[in-house]
Ligand binder design. Structure first.
Ligand SMILES: Nc1ncnc2c1ncn2[C@@H]1O[C@H](COP(=O)(O)OP(=O)(O)OP(=O)(O)O)[C@@H](O)[C@H]1O
Ligand SMILES: [Mg+2]
Length: 507
């Protein structure tokens, strides 16, 4: 079993395939990030499960996405199946104990776990633009929209708020262009349409309040184990951009909210990023650069990020260079691209004279991997051909009933279930529009007392048109200014955005 300073991962094998020694991840280098790679069905999820178990037992909370539902078994006691027991013997895991882990299930759609939400404001323009796949011009408008919201104290909580703000911006396009640069009605219109698409894909569930409190994914149990937050991602994967944006947002939230801690005995949180290729796939360079920056800096906040993906080439080089703890499962090497991936993967390891890395990668059995963890002084250990230990929790998915029970008994039960719709941009803009209308009606009343000719029933069509719009403009402006004074001073000024554009608090 793992002692208090390391996680037991498995046993490396000698060239004659006999037992060599225990392979372990040192907890004090747990924040030096990691990488789990391998082709389909080679054992990535089980390796992730084994790592997550180890962190939890050490008291480190874990956040991970469950792409296929098979990671949910980590919440249940494992069973002594023959092949598991045999493997436990092979890796000298003695005694092989079964355990269930403290799991909190989350789900952006609120179906397979507690709903997880963020506000539009927290997400920020950079990630939202990525989520909506906006063009550069549209992203420019999105930035302006956020600036206006910040300056005018308009709270952006849900999609409705953003829609209302965009409608308002379209109305004031000329005025705003003069102040901020190009805000064209067509680009605002295009963003509005993309928002509708997003809404139809179910993203409306995700934006709003109560927003996720980071503290809720950093819980530990009374017996000192770290909670394992498992995000149901099967449905989410149908919208890969939402999946990637959400995880990026979460990572940037962690980064912005957690204090600097330097190097600790063990991480404060470990974050597994499954299907990590989605993070970088056709992402603009700015975003990749920022992600690289966050990954580099989040280390000193005590957060370890572990990327899980099929192919190490999926990860940009600069990010790859920061992933210290590596588990490389088998790769196929049929196509030139696959052969390239094998070579790249092999080259990233500190070679072992006992075997050829590239050859070994193509020969590894299921649940076997090339492992290199950071050892003393944070130097990567010589790569070892390693049989990964069997998990202590259940292998494979849990039943819907089991899930329901865990969700009902979770420490956050009831906290996120009800949407709270407090006054925000949508309501504020609506109120302002109403005020403007009332003021205008009043002005019309006064006009009517004058000597102007009217035709009964045609009041609005004749004569009042121009006046109406100019009137609305000024009244609306006045209303906005008053909102800025009341709300803006508290909200507007406090807004500082972090590296990935989400809110930076406590700075
Ligand atoms: N360490 C292990 N101990 C025992 N069995 C294992 C181990 N690793 C993998 N296996 C066996 O191999 C199967 C496939 O592993 P796993 O689901 O982790 O593959 P994967 O790489 O995540 O595949 P995919 O890419 O399709 O998600 C497991 O269901 C299990 O039966
Ligand atoms: Mg898997």
């Amino acid at each position: 079993m793992a002692d208090e300073t390391s996680i037991f991962i498995g046993a490396s094998r000698k060239p004659d395939d006999s037992y060599q020694r225990a392979e372990e991840l040192l907890l004090r280098y747990g924040n030096r990030h990691g990488l789990v790679t391998g082709a389909t069905g080679t054992g990535k999820t089980v390796s992730l499960q084994v790592l997550a178990e180890g962190f939890s037992n050490a008291g480190v909370p874990v956040f991970c996405a469950d792409i296929k539902g098979d990671l949910s078994g980590i919440s249940m006691m494992g069973e002594a199946k023959d092949f598991l027991v045999k493997r436990a013997e092979q890796v000298k895991l003695d005694p092989y104990r079964f355990q269930e882990f403290p799991v909190i299930f989350w789900d952006l759609f609120g179906e397979q776990g507690h709903p997880i939400r963020a506000t539009i404001s927290e997400m920020g323009p950079l990630l939202l633009s990525r989520l909506m796949n906006l063009t550069e011009a549209q992203e420019g408008v999105m930035n302006i929209a956020f600036r206006i919201a910040d300056e005018e104290g308009l709270l952006l909580l849900d999609l409705k708020d953003l829609q209302a703000l965009l409608a308002n911006i379209a109305e004031r396009a000329d005025e705003l262009s003069a102040r901020y640069g190009n805000v064209t009605k067509p680009s605002v219109g295009a963003i509005q349409r993309t928002l509708l698409v997003l809404e139809s894909q179910g993203a409306a569930n995700f934006f709003g309040e109560p927003a996720l409190r980071i503290a809720d994914i950093m819980r530990t149990t009374r017996d000192g184990r770290g909670a394992i937050s498992v995000l149901a991602a099967d449905k989410l994967m149908m919208n890969p951009r939402l999946y990637a944006t959400f995880l990026l947002w979460l990572m940037s939230e962690l980064f912005e909210e957690l204090p600097e801690v330097g190097d600790l005995d063990q991480p404060k949180l470990v974050f597994f990023f499954d299907e990590a290729h989605l993070l970088f796939e056709d992402a603009p360079k700015v975003l990749i650069d920022r992600v690289e920056q966050v990954v580099r800096l989040i280390r000193s906040k005590g957060v370890g990020v572990y990327f899980v993906t099929q192919n190490p080439l999926d990860i940009p080089e600069k990010v790859l260079a920061q992933l210290g703890n590596r588990v490389q499962h088998a790769l196929r090497a049929y196509t030139p691209r696959e052969q390239q991936a094998v070579r790249t993967a092999a080259e990233t390891f500190r070679p072992n004279p006992d075997f050829d890395c590239a050859t070994a990668i193509t020969q590894l059995a299921t649940g076997e991997a090339l492992v290199s963890m950071l050892e003393d002084k944070g130097v990567p250990a010589m790569v070892q051909r390693t049989l990964i230990r069997p998990p202590s929790s259940r292998l494979g998915p849990i039943t819907p009933d089991e899930r329901r029970k865990i969700v009902a008994e979770s420490p956050v039960a009831g906290q996120y279930d009800q949407v709270v719709d407090r006054e925000s941009a949508f309501e504020m803009l609506q109120k302002k529009a109403k005020e403007a209308q009332d003021a205008e009606a009043q002005a019309q009343q006064q006009n009517r007392g004058g000597s102007r000719w009217t035709i009964p029933g045609f009041d609005d069509v004749l004569g009042t048109g121009n006046r109406r719009s100019s009137n609305r403009q000024t009244v609306a402006e006045a209303a906005i200014k008053s909102v800025v004074r009341s709300v803006g001073s508290s909200v507007g000024r406090a807004i500082v955005r972090g590296i990935l554009g989400s809110l930076a608090r406590g700075r």
